[in-house]
Structures are given as C-alpha cells and as structure tokens.
Design a protein around this ligand. Sequence first.
Ligand SMILES: Cc1ncc(COP(=O)(O)O)c(C=O)c1O
Length: 453
Amino acid sequence: MSCQGWKGKIITFARYISTRNKIRCFTNKGYSLMGDTSHSRAQGIYQRIVRSGLLHDSDTAYIFYSRQMLVERLNVLKQAFDSLAILHTVAIKTNPHPAVLSCIVEQGLGLEAASFEEVLLAVSAGAPFNKIVYNSPVKTRKELEYCAHHLPGICINANSIDELERIPSAESLKVGLRINPLVQPSTDMLYNVSREDSKFGVPIFLEEDILKAVFSGRISTIHIHVGSRIETPEILLEALQKTVRLCDKINTELKRAEKPFMLTGINFGGGLSALRNIEASNDLMTQYGKGVREIMINADFRYSLTNEFGQWVHLHNGFAYSRVEYVRSLKEKNIAFLHLGADFFPREIYSPHNALNFEFYTPNGETRSGVQGKTDLAGPLCFNGDYLSKDLEAPALSEGDIVAIPSVGANTFGLWSRHCSRTIPTFFSEKMDNPSEIENISSRFNPFVNLAD
Ligand SMILES: Cc1ncc(COP(=O)(O)O)c(C=O)c1O
C-alpha cells in the first residue's frame, strides 16, 4: 500500500476515534467536526418538530428559526455597546420574516430598510418610526413623499449628494448622508462596498462637497457601511475613526461659522461577521463594542450612534431541513435529491465561498452515522450547478431520510429565488410565551401558484 493510502487510513481512524461520542458534522468544504452550538441543537429541534405534530406530508423542506436564540444575540449586542447612546437596528434584508421582525421590535430595537417595501415591513412589525432607517440606493420621489407625510421621525440616508436634493424638505424627516470612508475590508468583492468605484456613498476625499452639503442645514447624521462578512473589527474601527474625524472637522467649521445646527449622529452600519462558533461571535462583538467606545470617548463632539447588523444577528438562529426524496447511484457515488437548493441558498451555490454544514437523520430523528462513500447533495432546481455539496463523505442515505443544515438564519430566506417557481417552505419557531412548544409561524406558500395541501 502506498504511503498516501496509509495516511488516509490513519486519518480516517483518528476521525472515527474523535467523533465516536460527538455529533458529526459534514461540510461541503470537506469534513469537519465543529464545536458550533447551533449545530448541536439541530437534531433536538428536528425531534421536537416531529413530536409537535405540525408537519404535513407536503412539508418536504422546512425552516426552524429560533427566536429564543435571536433574543440571546440581541442581548449580547446591547451589552457590547452598553454605555453608549445608541440605536441598534437590524438589517431587514438579512431575514425579512415578519415574525422575526416583530420579535426584534419587541426587544426594543429598530429596523434598517433597504427598500420602500422593507420600510412597510418595518411599520407592520410595529417599529416606531424614529427607529426605522431607510437606506435604499434607489428611492422614488413618491416613496420619499410618503415618508415625509406618513412616517414622522424616520431617518432617511441619502446615498449621494444628488439624492439629497430629492428628499423633501420636511421637519418630520431625519436626514443622513452616506459617505464612503474608503477602507480595505478583507472580504469577498461582492460584499466590499468601500471601493473607490462603489455605487454607495460619497467618497470621503470629496470633503469639500460633503462640507457644503452639511452646511445646507439638512443633514444631521453621517452614515457608513463598508461591507459584509468582515471577520475582525479593525477595518470597521478604522472606517469609524475616519468618519468621526471628518464629523469633528465639519462640526468645528459649523461652530466657527456660528451655524445653529451640527452633525449629531453617526450610523456605522453593519458588517461584522458571525463566526462558526456562537461564543466566538459574541466575543467578537464585545471586542468591537470596546473599540467603538474608545473612539467615541476621544471624539471632540458628542454623537448618538446607530448600527445595522444583519448576518451577525441572524446566522446561527436558522436551521433548514429537507427530506431526501430519493437517491440514485452514478458511477462510484450516490446522488441524494433534496428539496432545498439554490432557491434557498443562492449565495452558497451561485458563489460558493461559504461552507454549508450537514447532519443526517433517519425519519425518526436518529443520527445516520458512518461514512458510506462519496455523495452529492443535489438541489431541486433544473440547472447543472444546483448542488449543496459534491463528493461529500456521507453516510448511506435513503428515501425519507432528513438532511439538516444548521446556521442558515441569514441571507437565505431573504434571497429566495423564483427559479423553477418552487414553494417557500413552512417556518417554525418556539412559542414566545412558552418556548418549550413549537408553532408554525408561516405555512408553505407560493406567490403565483395555488397550492392544494
Ligand atoms: C446599508 C447596510 N447596512 C447593514 C447591512 C447588514 O450587513 P451585515 O449583514 O454584513 O451586518 C447591509 C448589508 O448589505 C447594508 O447594505
């Protein structure tokens, strides 16, 4: 046997020893065993859903979103920034489920809307108007008029100086200007919005233009958001530091000119990534909070803060489950056909930088263990790229088994794709007044197809 062959055997044996008594997790970026707490919860949640009696045969795939875990995340967020004057808002786009939005509002937080439709979702969720931040890069004049007349207190951030001129002059509106602080986040190009050619914000080097805009007297807040999935706080803090310096400079000029207004707020956006492990994610936010506090203490003027995290808040709280519809073998491997694919996981499948993790259960919820060989997990859509994973070392699967995918609460449902017109699955959550019980928070639905159950 070749040296490579022996090495492989030793690694497999070591994995077997180290995983015997632990939950096994399979990832589409290779095998891994994680101490991820949301992962270890997936099986218990599955068993509870089955016991609840709420599943129908038509629920070929379904989502559990833990509002209990959401509340835990929000408490960590509040504690991380506790001595600051701050409005926490959560980016609606990351998970726009109405029950999730209502839960965020009930916890006293606000909502960040990236479209007029999201403004309406925030209003329906009960958000006070002064806790709604409206950030879309494309707002119509009619939508802006609506806000001025019907949503007093809402904060509208202009994406550019050109857009500022479209916002009605109304006392009822709080107006911000998005600037681009031009930092270099080490994140995927898709999520880096701080490049010089970014469509978002006024580049910070256009200081004269920004100053002139603020001198018009309409702007009270400066807004930044430099990118997403940023795994260390340094770049985010650098962006905030540059912004504070600019605001201090502008306020000094306003004071010198004896203007009756000042910049009073800084919205420092979202962007901090959730890490694989919940505890590590919490520590990261706490560390970020400390950095923000230090910058604000050293500012020349006092500013109230706003933030708008998305992925950090939601990632770990979501669990997806799909039935294995059937398995076929092809050459040396098996292909298991599932009911979730690029429709629910567009980011992971169309630009596969993100590992999905899998667990496999029998229909009764027992772990399917062992490694039977290479398996492809195929999604249900009719295009060749629709795989959740290829060549995964997985246990033997058969029709009716369950594939669980933990940590999928962010940028999944909110990006639901209409490709092949498949049906949005049922969502479950804990009951807010009795978390030991599960409830259906939305049944499967299809906007254009009438579903007979
Ligand atoms: C303006 C703005 N704020 C906040 C967010 C949330 O970002 P994240 O999920 O990275 O925290 C986004 C995401 O794209 C955004 O565009």
